[in-house]
Design a protein around this ligand. Structure first.
Ligand code: ADP
Ligand code: TRP
Length: 321
């Protein structure tokens, strides 16, 4: 059994692209019985979020979102990064071995600079803390988006430097970037992404989802004319939610003509609700219990601390603390 660990920054609302590109895959791994750890990276979020109340609220929100989408706290250790302060301690040990040049080369830091973020030490040292998150749990596989691949390389590099200096303590983890995750298009046809303001959120209110779906940008082929389904955003999104039979019916309708994009949008909306209404109901039910999320996180904290303790004991002994 592999130990699989991933971290999620509590920033922004989750959207369809996140669900089909990442969350669904995590739920499948969990249900296949893997040894799963998932944490809310609230320390990392502080590199960009400067509002304590907002950070606290979005931490709770993201836990509710994941629970509603099928993460099961019995099967997955679900914890908050700040509930395991030992990661900060380990990050320091790793920092002391980390060449400046390794961090200076990181694309995500350079990208953030290019987007006008303040050049803080937190942003610069971000990958070291991420390495600590991963190494403290002896993770084998780390599911991440492509943009995080370089951070995994930094993690392996730091693990190796630590092992060379102090003896074989850390495993070298691998990034797990599922291939073939189709890029989910947004309402304007380009990749759905919060940076492009073209997302449809998983749990936004039904009215606003309807408005966004009905507003998906299309070409101006008239209703009567035949249309090409492949590559059309509505059709591509429909494939995510509908059964294979429904998908082939829509494809036939497109090709036949006399079927407008408005019809396709209605079908998409219905299919979304069929799949997501149970998740929405679950989220509402969980949110009604004010203690539930805290209880889940407290249990996660206990399990995460137990899992990290043996590694930290070895590490402290090795470094002389
Ligand atoms: P965003 O682009 O909205 O900032 P993130 O970069 O936070 O999204 O992505 C979080 C996860 O969701 C990553 O694993 C990423 O691969 C996946 N993901 C995000 N957008 C899409 C998309 N449009 N299609 C497929 N997967 C996506
Ligand atoms: N940097 C990751 C992201 O933005 C979040 C993260 C922090 C993470 N620590 C991690 C992911 C450890 C995997 C493992 O998506």
């Amino acid at each position: 059994m592999k130990r699989i660990l991933t971290g999620i920054q509590p920033s922004g609302k989750l959207h369809w692209g996140n669900y089909f590109g990442a969350i669904r895959n995590m739920v499948e791994l969990q249900n296949a019985g893997e040894d799963m750890f998932m944490f809310i990276a609230n320390f990392h979020a502080m590199t960009t979020v400067r509002d304590g109340a907002a950070l606290r609220a979005s931490t709770r929100d993201v836990v509710l979102d994941y629970l509603a989408c099928g993460m099961d706290p019995e099967k997955t250790v679900l914890y908050r990064q700040s509930d395991l302060p030992e990661v900060q301690e380990l990050a320091w040990y790793l920092s002391c071995l980390c060449p400046m040049g390794l961090l200076e080369r990181c694309h995500s830091y350079k990208d953030k600079m290019a987007h006008g973020f303040d050049a803080t030490h937190g942003l610069f040292a971000y990958p070291v803390l991420m390495a600590a998150d991963i190494l403290i749990m002896n993770s084998d596989l780390v599911p991440v988006g492509k943009d995080q691949k370089q951070h995994l390389e930094v993690t392996r590099d730091l693990a190796q430097k630590f092992n060379n200096a102090y003896g074989e303590i850390f495993k070298l983890p691998d990034a797990y970037i599922p291939e073939q995750v189709a890029l989910i298009p947004g309402t304007d046809g380009q990749k759905m992404s919060k940076s492009y303001h073209n997302t449809i959120e998983l749990f936004e209110d039904a009215k606003s989802i309807k408005k966004k779906v009905m507003g998906i940008v299309t070409d101006s082929t008239p209703m009567e004319s035949p249309k090409v389904p492949e590559g059309n955003s509505i059709y591509e999104l429909y494939k995510l939610f509908a059964t294979p039979e429904e998908v082939s019916t829509m494809a036939d309708n497109y090709r036949k003509g006399g079927y407008g994009y408005g019809h396709a949008k209605k079908a998409l909306l219905e299919a979304y609700h069929r799949v997501f209404d149970p998740f929405r109901e679950k989220r509402e039910a969980l949110a009604r219990d004010p203690d539930y999320v805290e209880d889940v996180l407290n249990e996660g904290k206990r399990r995460a601390q137990t899992a990290a303790a043996p590694t930290m004991e070895k590490v402290r002994k090795a470094v002389g603390i």
